[in-house]
Design a protein around this ligand. Sequence first.
Ligand code: NDP
Ligand code: 2IT
Length: 453
Amino acid sequence: MLVLKTAHLKGLDQFMAGLRQRNPHETEFHQAVEEVVESVMPWYLQHEEYRKARILERVVEPDRVLSFRVTWETDDGDIEVNRGWRIQFNHTLGPYKGGLRFHPTVDQSVLKFLAFEQIFKNSLTGLPMGGAKGGANFEPKGRSDREVMRFCQSFMSELHRHIGEDVDIPAGDIGVGSREISYLFAQYMRMQNRWAGVITGKSLAYGGSAVRTEATGYGCVYFCENMLNHVGSSLSGKTVAISGSGNVAIYAAEKALQMGAKVVTLSDSGGFVFIKDGLNEAQLKFVRQLKEQRRGRISEFAERYKAVEFHPSARPWGVNCQIAMPCATQNELDAKDAKTLCGNGVMAVSEGANMPLTAEAAHLFAERKVLHAPGKASNAGGVAVSGLEQSQNSQRISWPREEVDRRLQTIMFEIHQQCIQHGAEIGHVDYVTGANIAGFKKVADTMLAYGVV
Ligand code: NDP
Ligand code: 2IT
């Protein structure tokens, strides 16, 4: 585990005090920065060239923060006003790239944390992509398709002037799936009068990539399998607790089943379901239709199957499992949950969501030497296949499913190798440190090469 010496702690404290002062109230952003900086500080302080160039100070300052009003009309003719953002954080390694999130909890702090994480995640994929994120404090739940369409059209009426296939390429995230991507893309074409590979996560019919829908969940499972293989184990026969039941959770569950694991939980903001005998194919199909087509609640899954228990207003981390995959949202697994999981003998935690662990939970897993993959490594499969979608769009071709899946597996394997290279300790791999240093180093070296910009 990472042990910080006095000089490192002093450096970290000073740095974080300045960051907090410059960005008051942005607690999620502080948390994401601190996780990266505490990992890289010992290594950073050994490299005078980075210190002299003030790489850390520069990399935590976004290139630009765009904030705009989104006005739209409900089916009843009422006028609604939301706030939209695009944070173009860092384009050192390529055009800005990152998803859009529509959720009532979205604010500047949440999007800055996500865009900051995205810089290093995208760096780890090895593809030429900078870091960005955007979204709105819009609640799509309970809205009709037409309301969501009008919201997306209004959102894109402003966003279109800030993005482009070689400038900034958004994609989906929480609350932004295939329906929203289609509305957003159509409005971009209408405003610009041209087709461009300016959004990823498109449907196959109009330029999407095979496996993009599945990529984040599949990638999270591939990464977990790499961690387990490295210690002479595998997912086959293991009990897995998954949170969430959206895009990432569903395809993590599907791949885990294919690899012979037993998936015992799924959840949504209403609670979690416990599937004692393990999720089967028919049940997974039911959940997929429930969530993707009917936009229903996970409690309806328990209503349909007698053997499935619903636990309202609770999180799944109390169940017995060897593997945990948090795939819902940030800070959804705290120190108490981490203790419970350790008490139940958890071996590995593979993050499908972005920053799903509180800092205390992450520290606890590090102390107990649990294999813990941070999202910037284990959920990078989604943006990686987005990068592959861009490549296919540029060439005006579509690769077959097998080809994209093979490339995804290779990318996840190579991210795992980079984590080992920078995070190996005697008898253990610190994946958080490994991912942070590997992701950071490439950005820092390129910033040095660019000079003072
Ligand atoms: P979806 O909108 O498809 O699903 C989100 C899931 O998380 C739903 O089950 C939702 O429940 C639950 N959830 C969301 N917010 C909360 C909350 N505040 N409390 C409890 N449950 C919540 O999103 P995705 O599956 O795409 O995203 C899930 C996570 O994965 C996010 O952290 C995202 O940033 C990350 N991610 C996504 C990628 C992608 O390609 N989509 C790529 C990499 C990371 P409910 O429906 O009740 O709100
Ligand atoms: O958090 C993420 O990596 C995503 N939401 C996917 C971003 C993308 O551009 O595909």
